[in-house]
Design a binder for this molecule. Structure first.
Ligand code: MRU
Length: 365
């Protein structure tokens, strides 16, 4: 997608053909910094500190991390320790494990001398496939949006109102985003669409990242406190909710950014369709019991203070709670499949159930 008129992917190879360029998501929207990763340690740190984030982008970044490790030492021991280091960075997004399994499998039978080139090839194809997957998710999602706009005859009266949570936009993927792909494609095709952007406490990925990328692309949007979503649905000002996912079980239960579950409850109570954009690497076929999904718990400081810039544009973190109050920071929740209207995958939209998912993905492993 474009930033100031220039096309970017959230991750790309640098001009020298080996360093990896990523956008620093910890300083957006106040600064646009492109950072170069040169080692597997740089890569692991970038994922852990959320310089890069979002399930598909974490996976793609990890494969580049393995490529950087292979460039400096292509031995079996180095491959194992790179995979172990990267796998330990963030626990919930299953794309990370998917990407690391994929790259390890493609490298381990190769002679050491061929591993670095093969790892870079794998990274490039993981990225290109992500872009194509998201483009397809957007195509299917857009057909659904057209149906909603047409059904309600809203196209002429007012824009179609989509509500989204966190950032499942292009910054969270290589390009297009998952939840945002249909929005961008619809906007580009002339569909009148307006996005309610949940701010997404505590790290504010909606207020900082989704709002920024929609704004860069010229998509009309309004940031709301997470707590306002149910009221706006009650006022019939939300036509559809579309969110992303960090891990969807083979049965259709959806782990996503904390706050997604209450959104789904509010959508069900107000009869607002609730869709989840699910690229296939986000499906955890091996886990049927959503209670077994590891839920990341992050530093309580993300809850007790808020980061931003002051009037002089200087970055600041300010404490908002009493110094002695304890805080809890679960980063994800699980939305039960009964609250999900449909899963938008690259192969089409299906109901949130094991049978429906297997019908679309009979070839899954
Ligand atoms: O903690 P984050 O910012 O990595 O969480 C991201 C999300 O929850 C996204 O909704 C999810 O990864 C889907 S991204 C296409």
């Amino acid at each position: 997608m474009k930033v100031g008129g220039v096309a970017y992917r959230a991750i790309s190879l640098d001009g020298d053909g080996w360093g990896v360029r990523v956008i620093d998501q910890t300083v957006l929207p106040h600064r646009f910094d492109v950072v170069r990763l040169e080692t597997v340690e740089d890569t692991a740190r970038a994922i852990r500190t959320m310089l890069v984030r979002g399930a598909p982008l974490i996976g793609a970044t990890a494969v580049y991390g393995v490529a950087l490790a292979m460039r400096s030492d292509p031995s079996d021991a180095s491959l194992d320790s790179a995979v172990e280091l990267l796998a330990g960075t963030r626990p919930t997004a299953v794309n990370l494990r998917w990407a690391l399994d994929h790259v390890r499998e493609s490298l381990q039978e190769l002679p050491a001398a061929g591993r670095a080139d093969a790892a870079y090839r794998a990274a490039r194809s993981v990225c290109d496939e992500d872009v194509e997957r998201n483009r397809s998710i957007g195509r299917h999602g857009l057909a659904m949006l057209h149906e909603l706009a047409g059904d309600a005859g809203r196209a002429l009266e007012r824009p179609l109102n989509v509500l989204t949570h966190c950032n499942a936009g292009w910054l969270a993927t290589v390009d297009w985003g998952t939840a945002t792909s249909a929005i961008y494609q619809g906007h580009d095709a002339g569909l009148q669409v307006h996005v309610w952007v949940d701010e997404t406490r505590p790290r504010l990925q909606g207020a900082t990242l989704t709002a920024w990328e929609l704004g860069q692309h010229g998509v009309p949007h309004t940031v709301i406190p997470d707590s306002a979503a149910a009221y706006i649905m009650r006022k019939r000002e939300v036509d559809v909710v579309i969110v992303g996912t960090d891990r969807t079980t083979g049965c259709g239960d959806v782990a996503n950014k904390i706050g997604t579950y209450p959104l789904a409850l509010a959508a069900a109570d107000n009869e607002v369709p609730f869709y989840v954009a699910v690229p296939s690497p986000s499906i955890d076929w091996g886990t049927e019991d959503a209670g077994l999904i590891p839920i990341e718990e992050r530093d309580a400081g993300e809850v007790t203070s808020v980061r931003g810039v002051d009037v002089e544009q200087v970055p600041r973190a300010v404490r908002i709670t009493p110094a002695k109050s304890r805080a809890m920071n679960y980063a994800f929740d699980v939305t039960p499949r009964r609250l999900v209207t449909g899963l938008i995958t690259e192969r089409g939209i299906c109901g949130a159930s094991g049978d429906e998912l297997r019908r679309l993905f009979p070839d899954h492993r």
